[in-house]
Ligand binder design. Structure first.
Ligand SMILES: NC(=O)c1ccc[n+]([C@@H]2O[C@H](COP(=O)([O-])OP(=O)(O)OC[C@H]3O[C@@H](n4cnc5c(N)ncnc54)[C@H](OP(=O)(O)O)[C@@H]3O)[C@@H](O)[C@H]2O)c1
Length: 254
């Protein structure tokens, strides 16, 4: 039996869709009222260790989906609650949705992912780390007033769609040969000017809207930090990941 934590979120729901016809799945959710339909649900709140132990009981594999908590110390505490509960419940293996750079990164947005990976390793549980890039879903260019704009400096983005990352997670959870591995998942490299050119609309570089998470991400993109490429996602999917260019034609002209 496979338990999916944070199963009421967008990623968890997609993973369950991929898994439910293949194997027995249980959704662990903070609020049972938000549980996905069609699979059994258990209450599993990252802030409530006892609920996590019960939610993870009997799991051959656990997909530990990272918490959306923004406060890093609290997020680390939530993840470590889950790792401890997985150990106490005797889970067969933990698959953790981590983030690119978490292997080395001990500061900034990778800090909580790094701390969690280390805790999983220390727990002695068999594991797989799925290091995600940013989700393409949040970056798909839109044609507004006949043009595409961004503050990305025309640099490449290695984002991947949630649906591909969910399918890859389902493959790892049901497949063999993935234990003890850390996958650096990246999507096919793309840029805003390339998409504009493919759509035949002008591209214009604009200043950042102001301080905030998107400005921080745009600065990372302009510095070329999202141009890392690996074959890991394609390898686990057994096919190329969906490109932003392929999606944009339908989304940019709704
Ligand atoms: N790579 C990226 O670009 C990117 C972008 C956004 C997020 N993320 C990370 O990836 C994770 C999954 O993404 P997503 O799109 O599925 O996010 P999402 O749709 O926001 O879902 C977040 C999930 O976390 C659950 N949750 C919140 N607090 C919890 C707690 N205390 N205990 C247990 N569950 C709790 C939520 O439950 P409720 O339904 O009860 O609220 C929901 O199921 C996020 O949580 C975040 O860590 C990555």
């Amino acid at each position: 039996m496979i338990v999916i934590s944070a199963a009421s979120g967008a990623l968890g729901r997609l993973v369950i869709e991929y898994l439910r016809s293949r194997t027995e799945v249980v959704a662990a959710v903070r609020d049972p009222g938000r549980a996905p339909e069609g699979v059994p649900a258990r209450r599993g709140d990252y802030d409530d260790p006892a609920s996590l132990r019960e939610a993870f009981d009997g799991a051959a594999r656990l997909l530990l989906i990272s918490s959306p908590e923004l406060d890093t110390p609290r997020r680390i505490e939530q993840h470590l609650n889950a790792v401890t509960a997985a150990k106490e419940a005797g889970v067969g293996a933990v698959v953790f949705t981590s983030f690119l750079g978490a292997g080395a990164g001990t500061t900034g947005m990778t800090e909580a992912y790094h701390a969690t990976e280390q805790a999983v390793i220390r727990s002695g549980l068999p594991y797989t780390f799925l290091r995600h890039p940013f989700y393409s879903d949040a970056f798909v260019p839109r044609v507004v007033e006949g043009e595409i704009t961004s503050s990305t400096g025309g640099r490449g983005l290695n984002t991947a769609f949630r649906s591909d990352l969910a399918e890859a997670a389902a493959n790892v959870l049901t497949g063999e040969g993935h234990l003890g591995r850390a996958y650096d998942f990246t999507g096919p490299l793309w840029s805003y000017p390339e998409v504009a050119e493919a759509l035949g609309v002008p591209y214009r570089e604009v200043p950042d809207a102001g301080p905030g998470p998107m400005s921080w991400i745009n600065a990372q993109i302009r510095a070329g930090l999202l141009e890392q490429q690996t074959d890991d996602l394609e390898g686990v999917l057994g096919r190329p990941a969906v490109t932003v260019a392929a999606q944009v034609r339908t989304i940019a002209f709704p």
